[in-house]
Structure formats: C-alpha cells, structure tokens
Write a protein that binds this ligand. Structure first.
Ligand code: S3P
Length: 173
C-alpha cells in the first residue's frame, strides 16, 4: 500500500506522514528531503542556482523513483508536486495507492507560513502578512483543482497529529 500526502505548504504533510508511517509500520519517504539528497543542496539553493523549472523536472523524476519503491510507504510530497507536469495523473494511476489531501484554510496557512517562510523559496520574499495572504489565496485557488482530486481529504485545523493519524487510519479500513 502507498499513502501519498498532498497539500499546500505548511499543511503538515511531513509531520503527519512521519507519525502515520510509524503508527502503521510503513516506511516514511519525504520527497523534498530526497530531492535535497540527490542534488546535495537545500531546496532554496536549488531554486536559487538552477531555477524552478529545473526543480519541477527533478521533483517529477524523484516522485516516480520513490513510487517504484517496494513495500508499504507513506510519502510526504511538496506543496507543488501534484500541480506540475503529469504528476497528479501519474499518482492517480498507481495501484494500491491512496492520495490524501491535508486541507487547511487561508487564515491558518497565512499565520503558519508567515512565521515559517524563510526556507521556502516561493514565499521567502513576502514580508508582510497581507501580501502573504494575497499570495496564498491566489495560489491555493489555482492548486485546489489538483488537491481536490485526492481520494481522501482531511481537515488539519483544530486537531492534533495523533487525531489526524487516527482519522486517516479509520478511513483506510
Ligand atoms: C513548494 C513546496 C515545498 C517545496 C518547494 C516548492 C511548492 O514543500 O517542495 O519549496 O511549490 O509549494 P513543502 O510543501 O513541504 O513546504
């Protein structure tokens, strides 16, 4: 079984993914961390030195490699992963794969990402909250088309990582 977590930056894909994998005894794979290790550079450096198009191509390639892993996995993707190339179609075509959308509101994402923006190249330059909210509103609107194709959607607000893990588990039965 392969469980793939998608959702906007700051929605908790990595922390929920780790906890879910440990609860189920699956292997946890973090797509961004794998890209960083293949490139031997941080995501910020890749954007800076090679640009976003290079990153998106690499992201699509590493996604395919990780999805061909043997055994049970939980994978945390990057916020843009399903929205470029044919990545969402590719994921939806995989056998024994459940795509899970971690859903969060504009206010929640704005508050969280404003504090955590510095190592995220797409938003690191946004230095006031109103502009951050405007950026996320537009971006989320464009990306929701892809995120909403997930077969399972869970709301990440007003809950905890443990509760989210239980909610996902009970929906998988
Ligand atoms: C991106 C999200 C990031 C990372 C890159 C681009 C995006 O991952 O892949 O900075 O396009 O939303 P997180 O969602 O883990 O922050």
């Amino acid at each position: 079984m392969k469980l793939v977590l998608i959702g906007y930056m700051g929605s908790g894909k990595s922390s929920v993914g780790k906890a879910l994998a440990s609860e189920l005894g699956y292997t946890f794979l973090d797509l961004d961390a794998h890209i960083e290790s293949v490139e031997r550079k941080s995501i910020s450096k890749i954007f800076d030195e090679k640009g976003e198009i290079y990153f998106r191509k690499k992201e699509n390639r590493v996604l395919r490699e990780l999805m061909s892993s043997e055994g049970n996995i939980v994978m945390a993707t990057g916020g843009g992963t399903p929205c470029y190339g044919n990545s969402m179609e590719f994921l939806m075509d995989q056998e024994e794969t459940v795509i899970i959308y971690l859903k969060a509101s504009l206010n929640f994402l704005t508050d969280r990402l404003f504090l955590e923006r510095l190592n995220r190249p797409l938003i690191a330059h946004i230095n006031n909250k109103t502009n951050m909210m405007d950026f996320i509103r537009k971006h989320l609107f464009e990306r929701s088309f892809y995120y909403n194709k997930a077969s399972l959607k869970v709301d990440v607000e007003n809950t905890s990582v443990d509760k989210l893990v239980n909610e996902i588990k009970s929906n998988l039965l």
